[in-house]
Design a protein around this ligand. Structure first.
Ligand SMILES: Cc1ncc(C[n+]2csc(CCOP(=O)(O)OP(=O)(O)O)c2C)c(N)n1
Length: 838
């Protein structure tokens, strides 16, 4: 700073000692302030009085007519005449305030002053600053004036993708579940209910005392007969899905109580390593697929687990879902019920009717309050039972489960019960009066069973106390375990986002062998599906009309080869298509779910975002979801706004999900095979207009790497970063540009998430010019992300600001000319590029 002040002071002394300059600026009546932003000091040039002079001020509070804000480095370039000052003001290298026009008029008068700067530098012993910035020495010295000019990039500023490649990934399997012998006596039911109540009473107290890391905990006090009565009928190998109020169900299914308590305390030793908490706690080793914070999601996961039992395990296991009365008004319930019934899956649907959905009573939330009647509408055998009578629940549900084990057909049971605590601890319960609660206190399921045991089995109060004490001891131990357990280490934060992957699907190059044949993009998808289904019997495909080839004939002929049990037509139920596939994937299948048009992904948002993408993380890595969702995007077939969108913006950047978008037959085939082999959920985006495009394909079996972009054409002058349809447009654009001597490089992203930033940066390092080209609307698109990454990691590489070519910000129109106007032609792209860069 001092050296800088000295140099500029010496310069201005020279200037004011030069009579011709003084004469030419005399009478301007102007005070100019130069604020040096990186040095926190201002220099004032005062031309208002008889004698022009300058002074420095650190607080910068002096009055001025015009202020120029610039860095010391910009100031250096200014005096070196390396800057076009008006342009620098326009591009904000120099920020001017006040009477800029007047200040600019001074420049010609100052012309002779520029010649004084080199002299001044020499006099001050800094002639090194006059040289070009080539040597190390100079770079270092220049740093004095604020900025360095290295042409490199810093990839480390982009967070690394939390995905691990490992040799064992191919062998990953859901836990092998064993049956447990069952010989449940009434006193076992009571002991279980004591255990659940003691567990939740402790939680209630711990919550009040602020010892749990949550603001919301939902207890099932008063509903324990449902948990014990249903779940004590289940083997480990039966699947269970439950909800936010699922502690009891999970305990009764056999979860490790110490680890469960530790989970609720947010500890590393917790079942989900402290990542799930009360609403997502699960114990995969006991066949529990999870508590779920989305009230209707369990129905869909249970549907998928039922599919696995029927078609893969081929066992007499049962997939059970327990959810509340409020959940039956979710669309997920209806889609699941229909599909469970239609496909005759071994699923037991239990609705635990505690008369309230949050703060709204059943009379106010349901037109038909006898919920079992809804099941009959779906042809399901339905039962309604007193859910506070544990013995009845155990016996009757036990019989129903035995029926399912025998005939594999679904059943529905409504269990009538009541929760004695609020919807969540600490809420004021304004929606019900004390009389109602009083009435149900008398129907407390624990009291009912205690009475039964005393009356029928001649157990004494002392016997019961012993059971209760034993349950309380277990909970005391669990609390001690949880309290002593450690918090998760900080680096756990980014673990368990993705299941480990094998190198085969994530490493390698895009090598097109000597192609012996051509295939259309649609045939390539078809062929990838066929090969993977041939290779792995866990792979199946379901979606609307897939057996007939689907809307675009992509899956044509597959049903003849693999039969209707593996190529499955579904109802028009996008939520269930994806949600069911998630359940199947969690239990050992490798589903491919087809969504007819990508626009309908909106109807399956929850299973994609809240289930598929998050289940692994929420369960602390207990679960993995090897699911592929295929769907076509894009305009061009005159189907207007709801059948033509580019949908990728909604899904890329969702931790836990992978997004792929191949641009030709070669990549469609290799990447789809990798997607199906991936241990993680993949959204595989196809393009309608590409389906008919033919292209070469490797003759032998091959997969292609996920997470890598491909340089489809090398070039020196600019980098066009694009994907899907954009690749074809870019190729034609490059030809037009080549005719004018401009050599474009084209990068086909292929994987949108993870994004291969390195390949983009390497290209921009060479060309210095970046163009993004896509079908998405301008704001918040893939191109935005590419540009953001380049700005963060390699801004210095750019010779000019990037050019972003995207569609206008409107939905897609029907009329052909309007639809066409959404995507620029190669000629238009070439013109934009020339105007911007050349
Ligand atoms: C899809 C969804 N919508 C809303 C909520 C917020 N919510 C949490 S619990 C709950 C009530 C659910 O009622 P019910 O299904 O009867 O179960 P209960 O709480 O009575 O056990 C609601 C609306 C949610 N978790 N998920």
């Amino acid at each position: 700073k001092e050296e800088f002040i000295k140099i500029l002071s010496a310069l201005w002394e020279e200037i004011f000692n030069t009579p011709e300059i003084v004469q030419s600026v005399a009478g301007e009546k102007l005070r100019v302030k130069f604020r040096f932003s990186d040095l926190n000091i201002s220099m004032y040039i005062d031309l208002t009085g008889e004698t022009p002079h300058f002074f420095w001020s650190e607080d910068g509070e002096e009055p001025f007519d015009v202020e120029m804000i610039l860095s010391s480095q910009t100031s250096h370039l200014f005096w070196m005449e390396k800057l076009n000052v008006p342009l620098s003001i326009a591009s904000r290298k120099i920020i001017a305030k006040g009477s800029v026009q007047k200040a600019l008029k001074l420049l010609p008068a100052l012309k002779p002053a520029f010649a004084l700067y080199p002299q001044t530098l020499k006099k001050m012993g800094r002639e090194d600053l006059l040289k070009e910035a080539t040597t190390q020495k100079r770079k270092k010295r220049l740093h004095l004036f604020g900025r360095h000019t290295k042409r490199g990039y810093r990839l480390e500023v982009i967070p690394s993708f939390p995905l691990e490649l490992n040799e064992e990934a191919d062998k990953i399997q859901p836990p092998v579940l064993h049956n447990k012998p069952m010989n449940i006596r009434p006193q076992d039911l009571l002991h279980m209910m004591y255990l659940i109540r003691a567990f939740e009473r402790h939680l209630s107290q711990a919550f009040k005392e602020g010892r749990l890391p949550t603001e919301a905990i939902h207890l099932s006090i008063g509903q324990e007969a449902v948990a014990a009565g249903v779940c004590m009928n289940l083997r480990d190998s039966d699947y269970l899905n439950t909800t936010h109020r699922g502690h009891g169900h999970i305990i009764a299914k056999g979860a490790d109580i110490n680890k469960m308590m530790a989970e609720l305390y947010g500890k590393r030793e917790g079942l989900c390593k402290g990542k799930g908490g009360s609403m997502h706690v699960t114990d995969g080793s006991k066949g529990i697929l999870g508590a779920n914070g989305i009230v209707g999601a369990g129905y869909l996961l249970a549907l998928g687990a039922g599919f696995t039992i029927k078609h893969h395990k081929k066992s007499d296991d049962v997939s059970v879902v327990i959810a509340g009365d409020g959940s039956v008004n979710q669309g997920m319930f209806h889609e699941a019920m229909n599909m469970i019934a239609l496909f005759e899956l071994p699923v037991l649907v239990i609705v635990e009717n505690n008369r309230y959905g949050e703060f709204t009573s059943i009379e106010r939330h349901s037109a038909e309050t006898e919920l079992h009647k809804r099941a009959r509408a779906y042809t399901l055998e339905a039962h309604v039972l007193d859910g506070n009578d544990a013995q009845t629940v155990y016996k009757e549900v036990g019989k129903i489960i035995e029926h399912i084990r025998r005939d594999g057909k679904p059943r529905f049971v409504e269990l009538l019960t009541y929760r004695l605590h609020g919807h969540m601890e600490g809420e004021p319960e304004l929606y019900r009066d004390s009389k109602e609660k009083e009435e149900f206190l008398h129907k407390d399921p624990i009291h009912i069973l205690e009475q039964d045991l005393i009356n029928a089995l001649q157990m004494t109060k002392k016997d019961l106390d012993k059971l209760k004490l034993e349950a309380e001891r277990v909970i005391t131990e669990a609390v001690a375990f949880a309290e002593q357990a450690a918090e998760p280490p900080a680096d756990d934060l980014t673990k368990d986002v993705y299941a480990p992957e094998s190198k085969n699907c994530f490493e390698g190059d895009f090598v097109l062998d000597k192609a012996v044949s051509e295939m259309s993009y649609a045939q390539a998808v078809n062929s990838a599906l066929a090969e993977e289904m041939e290779r792995d019997e866990r792979v199946f495909l379901w979606g609307e009309d897939v057996s007939l080839g689907g809307y675009f004939n992509v899956t044509e002929g597959l049903v003849d080869r693999f039969g209707p049990k593996r190529i499955i037509d579904t109802p028009i139920s996008e939520n269930a298509i994806v949600g069911g596939a998630v359940g199947a994937a969690m239990t050992g299948m490798r589903p491919v779910a087809e969504i007819l048009f990508a626009d309908f992904l909106t109807c399956a948002m929850d299973p994609i975002l809240n289930q598929a993408a998050k289940l692994r993380y929420m369960t602390g890595g207990q679960v993995f979801v090897p699911l592929t969702i295929r769907t076509p995007v894009g305009s061009g077939i005159g189907m207007a706004a709801q059948h033509s969108q580019a949908m990728e913006r909604f899904f890329f950047g969702i931790p836990g999900l992978i997004v792929i978008a191949p641009s030709d037959a070669f990549t469609a085939k290799g990447l789809l095979k990798s997607a199906i082999r991936s241990n993680n959920p993949v959204l595989f985006i196809e393009h309608k207009l590409l389906y008919a495009d033919a292209g070469p394909i490797n003759p032998d079996e091959y997969t292609l790497p996920i997470g890598k972009a491909r340089v489809v054409k090398k070039g020196e002058d600019l980098s066009i970063v694009t994907y899907l349809l954009g690749v074809g447009i870019a190729r034609q654009t490059a030809k037009i540009l080549a005719a004018e001597g401009i050599d474009a490089e084209i990068i086909d992203l292929l994987s949108l998430y993870p994004l291969d930033v390195k390949t983009v940066l390497e290209s921009v390092k060479k060309t210095g010019r970046l163009v993004t080209l896509e079908e998405e609307p301008f704001t918040g698109s893939i191109g935005s992300e590419v540009i953001s990454c380049v700005a963060l990691a390699g801004l210095a590489l750019l010779k000019k600001p990037p050019l972003k070519i995207a569609s206008p910000e409107n939905p897609i129109a029907y009329a052909k000319n309007l639809e066409n106007a959404m995507t620029p032609s190669p000629e238009e792209v070439a013109k934009m590029i020339k105007e911007k860069f050349f």
